[in-house]
Design a protein around this ligand. Structure first.
Ligand code: TPP
Length: 322
């Protein structure tokens, strides 16, 4: 969906924003069990990156992963059904919020293991290119992932084997309640540069800036270039996880939250549209999400008898001797 159209970019950030707000309502009503990690405030990154990818390109995301799946083009109704644990969900309700995947559009999955996404993506893109497929990939991860050994191993092999993957760090300033300054020695771009990986910092609140940086990197990668890193500076508008809505944690000064929320990617992109175009997109997104919620809540829950279905590619295999 390589696309610089400001209306489409706005639709994506608006869709993710309203999807997350609807999902939070479903957490409150008990339809989404266990809660979610809201992507509110960070929508411009998923939207900007995915607007510069083709349909067949691959993506891996994080525990805060709804936006990545939606931006790559997943059906919001099946995504909502997945969150609600329904049989019609993207993964038949077995993946839920943190493991939603849609292989038909190259989404290899959200991922609950902090730092795992780049390793999975680099391996998958490498394998596809060994087969001769002309694909590139983008992997999202938070600032909390940049000190994980697995992530640095992935950087090393991706650089060594020149795997065309865009490493997208969503630096929202915190890993749960831990500020970046208390956890990250040196810089995030410096980690990439240590492996010879080109790295840039972009304003993650500006979807167009993210799209332009991604498009430039992807063009170099399609031309035979290796991995690149984009550090997108952003701010998480809401809780780390919806559990914070009931347990008040004082780790962000109110002035900082207010300043962070003032730079809203939905508003920033919205100013690039005529009022009429913006109203039309907003109305269409509401219709889409109302239908998505109705679809999810009308869908059946999986039969408990099938709890072990889909665990193994070849079905359950008995151990030797049994
Ligand atoms: C390997 C691993 N360690 C710890 C956790 C627990 N955990 C879940 S989210 C999180 C914070 C991640 O922060 P960051 O990567 O900055 O992403 P953000 O939540 O800010 O989007 C942690 C430590 C985990 N899921 N996986």
């Amino acid at each position: 969906m390589t696309d610089a159209d400001p209306v489409r970019l706005y639709r994506t950030v608006r869709l993710i924003r309203r999807f997350e707000e609807r999902a939070i309502e479903l957490v409150r009503s008990g339809h989404v069990v266990g809660g979610i990690h809201p992507y509110l405030g960070q929508e411009g990154i998923a939207a900007g990156v995915c607007a510069a990818l083709r349909d067949g390109d691959l993506v891996t995301g994080t525990h805060r992963g709804h936006g990545h799946v939606l931006a790559k083009g997943a059906d919001p109704a099946r995504m909502m059904a997945e969150l609600c644990g329904r049989e019609t969900g993207l993964n038949r309700g077995r993946g839920g919020s943190m493991h939603a995947a849609d292989l038909s559009i190259g989404v290899l999955g959200a991922n609950a293991i902090v730092g795992a996404a780049p390793a999975i993506l680099a391996g998958a893109v490498w394998a596809r290119r060994q087969r001769g497929d002309d694909v590139v990939g983008a992997s999202f991860f938070g600032d909390g992932a940049v000190n994980e050994g697995m992530l640095l191993e992935a950087f090393n092999l991706a650089a060594l084997w020149r795997v065309p993957v865009l490493l997208v760090c969503e630096n929202n300033g915190y890993a749960t309640t831990m500020p970046v300054a208390g956890a990250v020695a040196g810089t995030i771009t410096g980690r990439a540069e240590a492996f010879g990986i080109p790295a840039v910092v972009v304003d993650g609140q500006d979807p167009e800036q993210v799209r332009a940086a991604t498009a430039a990197a992807v063009a170099r990668m399609r031309d035979g270039g290796g991995p690149e890193l984009v550090e997108a500076r952003t701010y998480r508008f809401d809780a780390h996880h919806t559990f914070e809505h009931s347990v008040r944690l004082d780790y962000r000064p109110p002035e900082e939250v207010a300043a962070g929320r003032a730079r809203d990617p939905v508003l920033i992109q919205g100013t690039r549209l005529s009022p009429a175009d913006r109203a039309a997109v907003d109305a269409e997104v509401e219709r889409t999400l109302t239908a998505a919620v109705e679809f999810a809540l009308a869908s059946a829950e999986p039969d408990p008898a099938g709890a072990q279905d889909h665990l193994y590619a070849s079905g359950l295999t008995a151990r030797g001797g049994s």
